[in-house]
Design a protein around this ligand. Structure first.
Ligand code: ATP
Ligand code: MG
Length: 552
């Protein structure tokens, strides 16, 4: 371990614990998702932290599913989460565990707590329980069932487990203090009755332990040396400690909190994301506009860019929102030098080269101007080509450097053309451009003496493959959206489809699906999807850089 790696307060703490020999067997961390949805980029922060620390300090990490609520969890979420963690580049090896693996031990600890008079069976309904808890300024009131004898509690708890009582009719509660300033310590519920099959334990259990009882015990059983969680759990820490102090267990991990990741123009809670999916605001968990790992993957974001992003945002105790530009920056930075560059026209405008006769000419061009290892492909140029509508203006704004009537422009990797005339449709929109080309003006060997101000991309019609280009923008139009106001705050232009052309050579590439379409953006070919017309689909990964740079 070198000092460079001690870049936040958690790594500092781990390093000190090692130095002071507080942990004997090496660092052990865990990533504990609840399988009730797909992972998002906030989870990536936690994954990079937990797996990262273990890697840096020569330790190990468990992937532990916190599966204590059969009503909202499923095996399909378990699968999807594993896919995402692996994709992000982390390996739990044989350390895949489930809170449900520990249900028998958790049950034994609960009985032990009852025997020590540390827990009681309560018959209050959920609403009554809520009301008796009090508020931040008002103490709670003792449950009328609080003074049941140990024997009675044990008997009732065993009968709860045996299935004698209906869902929600009883709970097991810790006996702590209804007047504690911290509401989490006011006789919190440890077990509830839910008659519902569990995706792993099926119908073996009808009582399920709560997070606060489960998490600390699982951490202790797995020998977690640093239990890292987000700040909202700070108020639960006294309960985490209370449970471990009041049962017979010989390991007590420290809980250490860090700030959640918030990303501007996004929502970042599985519950809210699932609301977006269920209300069909998006096409699914993997909609490319979602901040989920599956959505980012579908959009073509490489896992290395997400790791870089998590590294740059760092670990602190201040909750804050990160600008989406930083993520886009990391994506471009990762793709910039490794991704082939090619030409695409998103909104094609036909150009007839009136002085071109015969077959198209082949023009070799490198896949990348600097990374020559990527090799080259052959473009063609011929009588009919397409340029982007945005690159032609009848009525150009000041400083317009692209094609205008009577003006010249250079076609990337090809010739200079001059616009001679245009054809318009009934609405008066330009539907075709007539141009001539200068045969001696080929890029790299230009003897024409002409000096056009601009360079634009083009695709020859004989070299054009028709594609759907899906452009994504922020899902929300406000930086910190609120779940109650989705309808007003969703960005109506977050998904726009263009019917364009790419060079045929792009379609033939099989070893990579990422491309930078010159002057257009980074795109990712969807291998699983074609449009309704059977066309190839490209998702825009990120737009090109618009001059944004990280502050540090
Ligand atoms: P969500 O509200 O999105 O469902 P959660 O905390 O309930 O989040 P879990 O599956 O319980 O989701 O989270 C697993 C781990 O990921 C926890 O340790 C949690 O602290 C961490 N985590 C969740 N969201 C974030 C976030 N936005 N930033 C950092 N860590 C997060
Ligand atoms: Mg949770």
């Amino acid at each position: 371990m070198n000092n460079e790696n001690i870049r936040d307060f958690i790594r500092e703490r781990v390093s000190r614990d090692i130095r002071e020999e507080r942990i004997s067997g090496g660092v052990v961390t865990r990533f504990p998702p609840e399988p009730n949805g797909y992972l998002h980029i906030g989870h990536a922060k936690s994954i990079c932290l937990n797996f990262g620390i273990a890697e840096e300090f020569g330790g190990i990490t468990y992937l532990r599913f916190d599966d204590t609520n059969p009503l909202s969890e499923s095996a399909s979420f378990v699968e999807a989460i594993q896919t995402d963690v692996k994709w992000l580049g982390f390996d739990w090896e044989s350390r895949l565990t489930f809170a449900s693996d520990y249900f028998p031990q958790l049950y034994e600890f609960a009985e032990e707590l009852i025997k020590r008079d540390g827990a009681f069976v309560c018959d209050l309904s959920f609403e009554e329980l809520q009301q008796s808890r009090g508020t931040l300024v008002k103490p709670g009131i003792d449950s009328p069932y609080r003074n049941r004898s140990i024997e009675e509690n044990l008997d009732l708890f065993r009968r709860m487990r045996a299935g004698e009582f209906i869902t929600g009719s009883k709970t097991l509660r810790a006996k702590i203090d209804m007047r504690a300033p911290n509401i989490n310590m006011r006789d919190p519920v440890l077990y509830r009755i839910i008659h519902a099959p569990h995706h792993r334990t099926e119908s073996n259990w009808c009582i399920y332990p709560m997070y606060d009882f489960t998490h600390c015990i699982c951490d202790a059983l797995e020998g977690i040396t640093h239990s890292l969680c987000t700040l909202e759990f700070a108020d639960h820490r006294p309960l985490y400690d209370w449970v471990l102090e009041n049962i017979n267990i010989n390991f007590h991990p420290p809980q250490i909190e860090f700030s959640r990741l918030g990303l501007e123009y996004n929502v970042m809670s599985k519950r809210v994301l699932s609301q977006l999916v269920e209300s069909r605001y998006v096409t699914g968990w993997d909609d490319p506009r979602m901040p989920t790992l599956s959505g980012l993957r579908k959009r073509g974001v490489p896992p290395a860019a997400i790791r870089d992003f998590c590294n740059r945002i760092g670990i602190t105790k201040q909750n804050n929102y990160i600008e989406t530009e930083l993520l886009d920056f990391c994506v471009r930075n990762t793709l910039e030098n490794t991704t082939r560059r090619a030409m695409a026209v998103k909104r094609p405008l036909e150009v007839e080269i009136t002085n071109f006769e015969g077959d198209d000419v082949g023009l070799p061009a490198p896949w990348h101007p600097k990374n020559l290892e990527l090799g080259e492909r052959t473009l063609t140029f011929g009588r009919t080509i397409y340029i982007d509508r945005d690159d032609f203006a009848l009525d150009p704004p000041p400083k317009f450097k692209r094609l205008v009537q009577g003006g010249i422009v250079r076609l990337r990797y090809a010739f200079i053309i001059e616009c001679l005339d245009v054809e318009k449709d009934e609405q008066g929109t330009v539907s075709k451009v007539f141009a001539k080309y200068y045969p001696t003006s080929r890029s790299g060997a230009d003897t024409s003496g002409l000096k056009p101000k601009g360079v634009i991309q083009f695709v020859a019609s004989n070299n054009a493959h028709s594609v759907e280009m899906h452009d994504y923008d922020r899902l929300f139009s406000v930086p910190t959206p609120h779940r109650e106001r989705f309808d007003e705050e969703l960005n109506p232009l977050s998904h726009v489809v263009h019917h364009g052309f790419v060079e045929k050579a792009v379609i033939a590439v099989s070893d990579s699906h990422s491309f930078q379409f010159e002057r257009v953006g980074f795109y990712y070919r969807d291998l699983h999807k074609s449009s309704d017309e059977g066309q190839v689909v490209f998702h825009r990964t990120v737009p090109l850089n618009q001059g944004w740079k990280p502050k540090v």
